[in-house]
Design a protein around this ligand. Structure first.
Ligand SMILES: *Cc1c(COP(=O)(O)O)cnc(C)c1O
Length: 384
């Protein structure tokens, strides 16, 4: 059996090696390292793929979130509601901009932000909601957009883990994750579903005026060279990363299909087993089908409900199976984000999830032998 990897970047690279190497050689020869032609081309290709009017490439997914909030004109003291169960980047930028993070609980079955908790958290100071489409599946965007409209709030979709996923609204309208709210952000960190070979990110919006503001903001607030109209940052996608992404974007749907295939095999192996709960797919289909693209399985995250999660992590280590615990500590209990406003009883789901979740190897190169080994080892240990 091939050694099992949590993510397999090498296998993917080998498939597009000639194209990537040629493109990088060409960039080295022309030395157009910043704002070279590939950046604009990638921007247009991603706009086409997402069916969104504007893609603003930037340096990473954290910057994308921060710049989105800057572009919307959020001011110190404005309250921004987001999920307690996510990667810290989401809350970090809220705090950095001196906005007030308001963390709320998530849903136990989808891991995404809890709609009732969002409603309860709204105050006159609330200015935005940041749903995080965790592990590759959209939050309940119908409900979030309704709340936003009712309370006049911005919606910033953190799509770092869900690029390529679709959201099907109750009306049947299908939209790509990140293009439903006022603005969306994503990350091209190497292990993300569309990863480059370093750091990268992008912001999406259908709003022409906001797009213009954001394009200047990523480049020192310049709209005309050496004229700085707003306070900006230095956050550009470099040309080499754009070239890598151009080679990978046409394969993104194929990558998502391969991830779903692995998820289906995991689900089939765990079906009927006690003490484990497989991830729920919503927004369009009940199973995992390739036509609705509702889940792109950035992570395949299982809940182990008999208290053996930590022991399983150790057991996996001995058996040569990599795994991850995303996330082991709720944000409201992280030292940097402690706040007297938070009460433990407001986060029953997150507090439980951090004890139960385990993410299994998930990438496009998993074979049946590996999946059988992972699932039989897991079942044998948890239910043995
Ligand atoms: C990865 C990630 C980010 C940050 O992306 P970077 O490119 O690493 O800055 C933000 N939010 C979520 C949910 C992520 O998973």
């Amino acid at each position: 059996m091939k050694k099992i990897q949590m993510v397999d970047l090498k296998g993917q690279y080998h498939e597009i090696k000639d194209q990537v190497n040629t493109a990088i050689d060409n960039i080295l020869e022309t030395s157009a390292f910043i704002n070279g032609p590939d950046v604009k081309e990638f921007q247009k290709e991603l706009e086409g793929y997402l069916n969104v009017k504007h893609v603003i490439p930037c340096a990473n997914g954290t910057d994308a979130l921060q710049i989105a909030m800057m572009g919307l004109g959020l001011k110190p003291g404005d309250e921004v509601i987001t999920a307690d169960f996510t990667f810290a980047a989401t809350v970090e930028v809220i705090a950095l901009l001196q906005l007030t993070p308001v963390l709320v609980d998530v849903e136990s079955d989808t891991f995404n932000i809890d709609i009732e908790a969002v409603k309860k958290a709204i105050t006159p100071k609330t200015k935005a909601i940041v749903p995080v489409h965790l592990f590759g599946q959209c939050s309940n965007m119908d409900a979030i957009m309704n709340i936003a409209e009712e309370h006049n709030l911005f919606v910033i979709e953190d799509t770092a883990q869900a690029i390529g996923a679709n959201h099907t609204s109750a009306s049947g309208k299908k939209q790509k994750a990140g293009t439903i709210g006022h603005v969306g952000s994503t990350s091209f960190f190497p292990s993300k579903n569309l990863g480059c070979y370093g750091d990268g990110g992008a912001i999406f919006t259908n709003d022409d005026e906001l797009a213009h503001t954001l394009r200047g903001m990523v480049n020192h607030g310049m709209y005309v060279r050496y004229h700085h109209d707003v306070v900006g940052v230095n956050s550009r996608l470099d040309t080499i990363q754009a070239a890598v992404l151009r080679a990978k974007l046409p394969k993104l749907d194929e990558y998502c299909d391969a991830r779903r295939e692995a998820a289906r095999k995991y689900n089939a192996a765990f079906a009927g087993q006690e003490n484990m709960i497989t991830p729920k797919t919503v927004n369009g289909c009940e199973g995992i089908c390739d036509t609705c693209d509702c889940h792109v399985f950035h992570q395949y995250t299982l809940k182990i409900t008999n208290g053996k999660r930590d022991a399983l992590v150790e057991h996996f280590k001995e058996k040569g199976i990599p795994c991850g615990v995303y996330y082991p500590i709720p944000l409201h209990r992280q030292k940097a984000y402690l706040d007297d406003r938070y009460r433990e009883e407001d986060f029953p789901v997150t507090n439980q999830l951090v004890k139960e979740v385990i993410s299994l190897p998930m990438h496009t190169e998993l074979d049946n032998e590996q999946i059988d080994y992972i699932t039989s080892t897991l079942i044998g240990f948890v239910n043995g």
